[in-house]
Design a protein around this ligand. Structure first.
Ligand code: CU
Ligand code: ZN
Length: 497
């Protein structure tokens, strides 16, 4: 006879994801779902048991800001995420996606995007639907949801045209957004500091967001300016959502550059005011004072963006000359025996625009202020480079929030920290039956030690799994056992609920 349950996690403190106080209890899993929560009698008939005494049992974390679109195919174990307790990846952020992969986009990809998303062996897909099928076939360990990416769609339709789209181009772009939404995308993302997002006017984004509105999706934006123009850029994003009638998610909310430290004190009230008017504005953040992005985005023509000190910019990864990885730009300039601007120019040229940089541009006070906001989710923004020294957020974001900011600093309660990683993102991105420890929900679960959980990676040595997370389940299957991630094809491609 078959056991009543496939697995019982026994005797843990259940932090259910809603923000409710933790309570002792057992969690039973059957056929990929949570079959029972509460005090289950011993010997209830489980094929396997996990002893969770002294440990917390929570929903699997949802990383709302991922760039793992291609990594899901290249590295289907996505161990750097599952080891953190992440069960679901929301990909396609910052206007950067993998579809529609027409010839124009493929060429653009090879000229730089590759540095951020990773190498594509062969573009075997074109449409969003075909891409999602490709991810499914790769059997990733984690679930994945996707945003239609404005920049990718614009490249595919308009190449590098700076002007506004013609009526015909707009119609084709809308058709691509529709195709993505029909295939299950959760919304539309934009990256307005990147080419070609920089070329898009507000009206273009409103019109595309209107397509998403018909489907109940949201608009997610890496806004136009995170430095001195932060407040205007937040206002633009809110305006786009308000005009199109869609909720807005502000990506990796921050105030960048020393001259702008403290600006989040003014940006967060803009969010609160919009919410009071009925606009669904939310945000995500990662718990570090360093940012990371493509070098070309912060150093057009070799000149670093205003206010960026070359010593504050670290080269994380490159394609060919790996001796530059982990070095700061001023060091690289002296290695090359060139002025900084010429050195950056040469690096971009020789590395075909692929270098990824880590920039120390934030103030801890702003980071904390944003993390404390009740509408702030956790998004790693990790860039899954196969080489070099990626920003440690790729491996450490979630355990760092729970270890450093929850346990050590008491910035948030444990229940509230978990809510921001689970039910809040599930509701915002419409991921049905996820984000809570609740009977009938999918069995995405994490078992961790609240007294030990912590990130261990550093900027010098970022590829380190965290401590304190013993088991992670995705759709009822164990993808982390005794703290070690393993590749199991447990993930699903999630469609907007
Ligand atoms: Cu991003
Ligand atoms: Zn971004």
């Amino acid at each position: 006879m078959r056991d009543a349950y496939d697995l019982v996690i026994r005797g843990g403190a259940i932090v259910d994801g809603t923000g409710a106080p933790s309570r002792p209890g057992d969690v039973a899993v059957r056929d990929g779902r949570i079959a029972a929560v509460g005090n289950l009698v011993q010997g209830a008939g489980a094929a396997a048991e996990i002893d969770a005494s002294g440990l917390v049992v929570s929903p699997g974390f949802i990383d709302v800001h991922c760039h793992d679109d291609i990594a899901l195919i290249n590295i289907p174990g996505v161990e750097f995420k599952t080891a953190q307790g992440v069960a679901t990846l929301v990909c396609g952020n910052c206007g950067l996606g993998a579809a529609p992969a027409n010839e124009q986009f493929r060429q653009f990809y090879a000229r730089g995007t590759e540095g951020v998303l990773g190498p594509v062996e062969e573009f075997t897909w074109r449409s969003h639907r075909e891409f999602y099928d490709t991810v499914r076939a790769a059997k990733p360990s984690a679930n994945a949801a996707f945003l239609a990416a404005h920049g990718t769609i614009r490249i595919a339709v308009m190449g590098l045209d700076r002007g506004p789209p013609s009526d015909e181009q707009m119609a084709v772009m809308k058709e691509h957004v529709r195709e993505a939404m029909d295939a299950g995308a959760v919304g539309l993302s934009s990256g307005l500091i990147y080419v070609p997002g920089t070329f898009a006017r507000t009206e273009e984004l409103i019109e595309l967001a209107r397509v998403v509105e018909k489907y109940g999706g949201l608009y997610v934006s890496h806004i136009r300016n995170e430095g001195s123009g932060l407040l205007d850029a937040v206002a633009e994003a809110i305006h786009i959502g308000e005009e199109a009638g869609v909720p807005v998610q502000l990506s990796h909310h921050k105030a960048s550059g020393e001259a702008n430290f403290g600006l989040t004190e003014q940006s967060l009230p803009l969010i609160d005011e919009a919410r009071a008017r009925g606009v669904g504005v939310t945000m995500d953040a990662y718990p570090y004072v360093a940012a990371s992005t493509a070098l070309v985005a912060i150093a057009r023509g070799g000149r670093l963006a205003p206010g960026l000190d070359p010593h504050d910019v670290l080269i994380a990864s490159v394609k060919h000359q790996h001796e530059y990885e982990g070095k700061r730009v001023d060091e690289i300039a002296s290695m090359m025996d060139l002025p900084v601007e010429d050195a950056v120019q040469r690096l971009l040229r020789e590395e075909e625009n692929t270098p990824v940089a880590v920039m120390f541009v934030m103030d801890e006070v702003d980071v904390r202020r944003v993390l404390q906001h009740p509408q702030c989710m956790i998004g790693s923004d990790g860039l899954p480079s196969p080489t070099g020294k990626p920003h440690p957020r790729l491996y450490g974001t979630f355990p760092r929030v729970l270890g450093r900011y929850v346990r050590e600093e008491g910035l948030l309660s444990l229940e509230e920290g978990v809510r921001r990683m689970t039910s809040l993102p599930a509701q915002t991105f419409k991921l049905t039956d996820r984000g809570e420890v609740r009977e009938g929900y999918w069995a995405d679960l994490v078992v961790f030690d609240p007294a030990a959980i912590i990130d261990t990676g550093t900027y010098e040595d970022p590829r380190q799994y965290p401590r304190g997370i013993s088991s992670v389940l995705v759709n009822g299957q164990l993808v982390v056992v005794d703290g070690s991630p393993r590749q199991v094809g447990a993930g699903q491609v999630l469609a907007r609920g």
